[in-house]
Design a protein around this ligand. Structure first.
Ligand code: 3PG
Length: 400
């Protein structure tokens, strides 16, 4: 983008593909981190006199307008953060979008409606995606890719649009890639990875890759129970991906062969039922060792001995990547494991990258100072796929 700014953007229509896919509760944004993250790019373009057209997806609507997934709340928040009015178009490539863009003065910003309201955005059909990209291209003279959280998607606005316009990477993408390179090309050892979250199946690719890269892998969250099952433990009514047990057993064997230390919980916090996250009423948690999970209980957090063990395992590391909370941190009865791990990362001298919407939200919601972490990535799937060594369509499109 510095190159673009040096060439001059005064009066040019610049399309910024951002990732404004923020969490919403009844129409209210609960974490605006992704909007803040793209501000430097938008502000630089505004300051240079560009007519800025901001576009993003939000959630997973079914290729048609759906008010529950409108980008309007994100556009309003963007306006508040910029301290200037932002025009909002109620369609993506129709008369409203053209009207909003035509009405822009240099240094002004318009947000168009959720890209996924058009089936062409996510289509697997190249022609259909291409037609939508042609219509998006008609809104702008230049493309700036800055939606790091979506670069792993081969979607029209990410993959096909940059091929139709002069294209540049924004500041956020440049920062994210610079940081993630430190975890792939130039990693300082010992390198530990903390993986949590619900499903093992989402993390298979990254675990596979990390078995060749990391020195230590610590497992938390709902994934734990598939690992415990693979070790021969009974897991009660905990989240379990039975079909993944053989893959996990294979990982445990490979880790041993490669000298990678897999660290699994020694105790967990269990309860009879999943807690009500809205009411946050006290539940009836109990701490048990992993060989004593009652048949009618489910694991909802790592236990205190495990949290202390994980803190110890993180204390002497040089680099840490953390993706996924350790338990159901949204409820106070099951937040302790995630808190202890977050604090351990702050106490450790390691360069720490927090990746993934849930762990980033956990850091903020649990009251930690996000600035104290080395880097909080705006990409969940994108950062995992980057670490897997995959070619990310949105990055490849900007390099071409
Ligand atoms: C994310 O939240 O990880 C990104 O915004 C991508 O969203 P998606 O998984 O719906 O494509």
């Amino acid at each position: 983008i510095d190159e673009l700014l040096a060439e001059g953007v005064d009066n040019k229509r610049v399309f910024v593909r951002a990732d404004l896919n923020v969490p919403l509760a009844e129409g209210v944004i609960t974490d605006d981190g992704r909007i803040r993250a793209v501000l430097p790019t938008i502000q630089a373009l505004v300051g240079a006199g560009a007519k800025v057209v901001v576009a993003s997806h939000l959630g997973r609507p079914k290729g048609a307008p759906d008010p529950a997934f409108s980008l309007l709340p994100a556009a309003e928040r963007l306006g508040e953060l910029l301290g200037a009015p932002v025009a909002f178009a109620q369609d993506t490539v129709g008369p409203a979008a053209h009207g909003a863009v035509d009405g822009l003065q240099p240094g002004q910003v318009a947000v168009i409606e959720n890209l996924r309201f058009n089936p062409g955005e996510t289509s697997k059909d190249d022609t259909e995606r291409g037609e939508f990209a042609d219509r998006l291209a008609a809104l702008a003279d230049v493309y700036v890719g800055d939606g790091f959280g979506a670069v792993h998607r081969g979607h029209a606005s990410v993959l096909d649009l940059p091929a139709r316009l002069p294209h540049y990477a924004g500041y956020l993408i440049a920062t994210e890639v610079g940081v993630l390179r430190k975890l792939t090309d130039e990693v300082q050892r010992p390198y530990a990875v903390v993986l949590g979250g619900a499903k093992v199946s989402d993390k298979l690719g990254v675990i596979d890759h990390l078995l060749e890269k990391a020195d230590r892998i610590l497992i938390g969250g709902g994934m734990v129970y598939t690992f415990l099952k693979a070790q021969g433990h009974e897991v009660g009514t905990s989240l379990l991906q039975e079909d993944q047990v053989p893959a996990v057993q294979d990982y445990l064997k490979r880790a041993e062969a490669n000298g990678v230390e897999f660290v699994l919980p020694v105790d967990v916090v269990v309860a009879p039922a999943f807690p009500d996250l809205k009411a946050k009423a006290p539940t009836h948690p109990a701490t048990v060792t992993v060989d004593a999970i009652p048949a009618d209980q489910q694991g909802l957090d790592i236990g205190p001995r495990t949290a202390a063990l994980y803190a110890e395992k993180l204390a002497d590391t040089a680099t840490v990547f953390w993706n996924g909370p350790m338990g159901v941190f949204e409820h106070p009865d099951y937040a302790e494991g995630t808190k202890v791990v977050a604090q351990a990362l702050l106490d450790s001298p390691a360069f720490t990258v927090v990746g993934g919407g849930d762990s980033a939200a956990a850091v903020r919601i649990l009251g930690f100072d996000e600035q104290a972490f080395g880097h909080i990535s705006t990409g969940g799937g994108a950062s995992l796929e980057y670490l897997e060594g995959k070619t990310l369509p949105g990055l490849a499109a900007l390099e071409n």
